[in-house]
Design a protein around this ligand. Sequence first.
Ligand SMILES: Cc1cc2nc3c(=O)[nH]c(=O)nc-3n(C[C@H](O)[C@H](O)[C@H](O)COP(=O)(O)O)c2cc1C
Length: 664
Amino acid sequence: MPILLPADRYPKLFTAYEGPRLRLRNRILHASMTTRRVLASRVTPEMVQYYANRAAGGAALIVSEPLNMARVQNAAHKVSVWNPRNLDGLKRWAAAIEAHDCRLLGQVQDSGRGRHERGRNPAAIGASALPDDLSWTVPRVMRVGEIEAFIADVARSAQRLERAGFTGIEISSGHGHLFHQFLSPWSNQREDAYGGDFEGRLKFLSDTVAAIRAACGAGFVIGLKLPGDDGLPESINPTLGAAIADAMTRRHDVDYVAFCQGTHGRTLDWHIPDMHWPRSTWMGLIEQLKPSVNGKPLVGLGLITDPAEAEGHLARGQVDFIALGRPLVTDPAWPLKSAHGREADIRYCVSCNTCWGTIVDGRPLACDNNPRVAQPDEVDFRPRRAAKARRVTVVGSGIAGLEAAWVAAARGHTVTVLGRGGQPGGKTRLHALLPGGESLSSIYDYQYTMARRHGVRFEFGVEGDAATIADTRPDALVLATGSTMLWPRSLPVEWRDEGLIPDARTLATDLGGVTTVQGGTAVLFDMDHTEGTYALAVLLRRLFDRVVLVTPRERVAGDVPLVSALGIHRRLNRLHIEVLPFGEPVAESALEDGTVAVRNIHTGELTTIADVAVLSYSTPRAADDALFDRLQPHYAEVHRIGDCRQPRNVLLATGEGHALGNTL
Ligand SMILES: Cc1cc2nc3c(=O)[nH]c(=O)nc-3n(C[C@H](O)[C@H](O)[C@H](O)COP(=O)(O)O)c2cc1C
């Protein structure tokens, strides 16, 4: 069991907590997140490992992912607590967490009518027959008997959790889930005992808390996650949020309150603030609502990524605990490293929401900046020494190359990195310089810090050609040379050869540091649909009178997780960035006259955009792998990683670099 020293730098964060039912070694809580590491509704070793790693890393309390507490809940990716056959698994889970002096709470949650995958939810239950904003799912209205059965099941399951060694439960009644849907007049238009007025809408949640209290022992913890402001019209604003919190904390002996924002509706992007939101996003709201919790311990949550920020919120008395969701996915040892003054060793969450995208796709929770999620050696990972030290040359100093380089060097190899640019980070650095991209620098900052610590030699501003590579006499050669955007096939190739139209990366580089408004229209052809393209669009909007995104698809941001895509749509609308769907720019454009012709891909009709100052394209990329064929005959070992192997995303670039570094 790791011992956490009371760190001088963060005295509040590492002050133990002694409450009526809770004893915690520090103030750091793990917020609930679905891991998609459950199979057939049973506890799996992989899932237990995920949580045990967070407990070993120093969190004082873990709120589990949502559990199937009522018999009507059957999701295969959630552990079924109502099923008695899972008792042993639940016991193993609780014991694995308690072994690290960490408490485990099970989360009660149901999505109700909310859905963020394609299509409607055919099994949705809900308060009223009203469509969900995103999927237009109309739920099956829960009859009074069903609500009562749900509550009774939850109470019985809570008893089972208590028997299994869980310290308590958290009821997720914010974020737009089922309890939230009952609380909100926007989604609850019942006229029976569970609707009609404030009291009626509160009854489902209130009865559930009362039933759990009655069913479980006096020491069983009940935490409430409540809606602070869901951002929908006629729904839960801070005034109603305060009334709900006041009523719940007056009537029930709950152990803490956590406020959150957003819904699983049009304000989905509010509920997991991405990199475009200010740090500690919800803290102003939490402070505003603080008087309504009647002195109950309050949790600070929402894009708190840095120990100094966390300490500040505690020191100012804003909250009693700090809950971390994504930051503990990225680094389970965040508490341990903070306690020991090793902040530079933390892999920081960059708020990209790739994690959310992976679980919504039905894949295990994964992270752009943590290639070892749920591995047995994940906590404070140190690469194992290589059997034989060798000379390794990495060509390319983007995130794939840097990851491979630091891991290989930590294993004892002598590593040289040849980077074409003047600084580490490659295209991720370029993205980090665009609006909202700043936090991405944490990926390459960590890699570069580690690489330097382990003695990697960097040569920047060097073209990694055959001669320079030969000078480094590598035993193993790693090519991480990235990729290049493909020329749009709808435009004449001569225009490419004449250098008339820059690709999005070239344009972003050229505009770096430009602040003078240029005027005219910027047209960006979008066959990319990932975050960076829209960050560039925002930059263009600052510099040009009009920005038009032309895409052959029916909409934009299609390859961004929906939780962040909604934020992109919101920004594009607010900034009046226009979107022209089903289109591609064509040769009929007269660039010298400032006109771009866009052809509808279905009808062939042409639309003309006038007064165009700049046309650019963000398109699928082809691997820059020419060196591979040229050098393979000359070296015993040549590897390609990241985009140089096949252009994909940050998740695969860091993952592939990490995996290779561990095998060289
Ligand atoms: C991948 C992922 C899954 C989540 N699943 C849940 C959930 O099932 N229940 C819940 O109450 N909150 C869930 N959340 C929200 C988090 O608990 C937390 O409120 C939110 O991420 C903000 O905290 P953070 O900025 O520290 O990540 C999830 C968040 C993420 C990133």
